[in-house]
Ligand binder design. Structure first.
Ligand code: PLP
Length: 323
């Protein structure tokens, strides 16, 4: 019998698994194959990659590694992804906030006023959730050059953007960490796989403090399959981008829709009359969107994920009837 060895070291079940799929061996804690494949595609070194149980794990570990609870602070730009402040609170790290402008861009004058040595990390989401736009490159560069802590750029929606990724900049900025995920464009949210890319010193800290087997065998296998099928991702992105422009056009023609914000993501933020009522009315029809009205700068705003042609047209018809 051909075998790689006789593994009697980890107290696994040598007979196999009760589940349908064979899973009796622990997965590779270093995720070497996945990292090699991903490194090739992203044109980085495997040592510049951390893989997490979703990018949410990477965010949490960055807080745990680089912020002292009760002392250090982070800077965020609302309205933005809720997980940043959730992780901050869990880790007893104070969040300083500088609201984005009315066009959801960085306000550097205000940033300059609040920057101080207790701030250890700045979290930028680009394209930004929930506004959908990309953050202007020049302003990010200013931050990278003028802030000595870690600048995290969350690119969960980068595949849908017309702007280039920041990944190619990690060699030039040792304080830059770029987050990406398999949850959106790759369509693998259920498998939980997030990526942090940055200089090897930061990445090695994350690798040392993670749980040893944070990426399970199934996820590693599926990620390898996916990485050999980039065309499929690109095809889906292409389709979703076409759907997005149709949806933008249709939303613009709905009378109760007051503003359709430009989107570089797979969702669209709209301002609509009586957002809460519309949200509830859609819910009664089985259409689930996200009411973002309570966020800074998002009064009467609803966030809509781009769906299939059919889903989008059902949504539009429902909104037309409500007008
Ligand atoms: C969806 C999303 C993520 C993805 O999180 P995962 O844990 O990788 O699923 C990260 N950041 C933002 C801004 C998101 O909207």
């Amino acid at each position: 019998m051909a075998t790689d060895g006789i593994f009697l070291d980890a107290n696994e079940n040598a007979l196999g698994s009760v589940s349908d799929e064979r899973a009796n061996r622990y997965p590779d804690p270093y995720q070497r194959e996945v990292k090699d494949a991903l490194a090739k595609q992203k044109k980085v070194n495997p040592e510049q990659i951390f893989l997490g149980n979703g990018s949410d794990e990477a965010i949490d570990l960055l807080f745990r590694a680089f912020c002292i609870p009760g002392k250090d602070k982070v800077l965020t730009f609302p309205p933005t992804y809720g997980m940043y402040s959730v992780c901050a609170q869990l880790n007893d790290v104070e969040v300083l906030e500088v609201a984005l402008s009315t066009s959801f861009q960085l306000n550097l004058k205000k940033v300059e006023q609040v920057l101080n040595p207790s701030i250890k990390m700045i979290l930028i989401c680009s394209p930004n959730n929930p506004s959908g736009n990309s953050i202007e490159k020049e302003k990010v560069i200013w931050l990278l050059n003028n802030f000595s802590g870690i600048v995290i750029i969350d690119e969960a929606y980068q595949d849908f953007s017309s702007d280039p990724s920041w990944v190619s900049a990690i060699d030039n900025y040792p304080n830059l960490v770029v987050l990406q995920t398999f949850s959106k464009a790759w369509g693998m949210a259920g498998l939980r796989l997030g990526v942090a890319m940055g200089n090897p010193e930061i990445i090695s800290v994350l690798n040392r403090i993670k749980y040893p087997y944070n990426i399970n065998q199934n996820t590693q296998q599926q990620a390898l399959v996916a990485l050999q099928n980039v065309e499929k991702k690109e095809q889906m992105v292409h389709t979703l981008l076409k759907e997005r422009s149709s949806l933008v056009e249709a939303l613009n023609s709905v009378s109760i829709v007051e503003n359709v914000y430009p989107s570089d993501a797979n969702f669209i933020l709209i301002r609509i009359k009586n957002a809460q009522k519309i949200y509830e009315a859609l819910l009664r029809k089985g259409i689930v969107v996200r009411n973002r009205s309570n966020l800074v700068g998002c009064t009467e705003c609803v966030r809509i994920t781009v769906g299939t042609t059919q889903e989008n047209s059902i949504l539009i018809n429902a909104l037309m009837e409500m007008g």
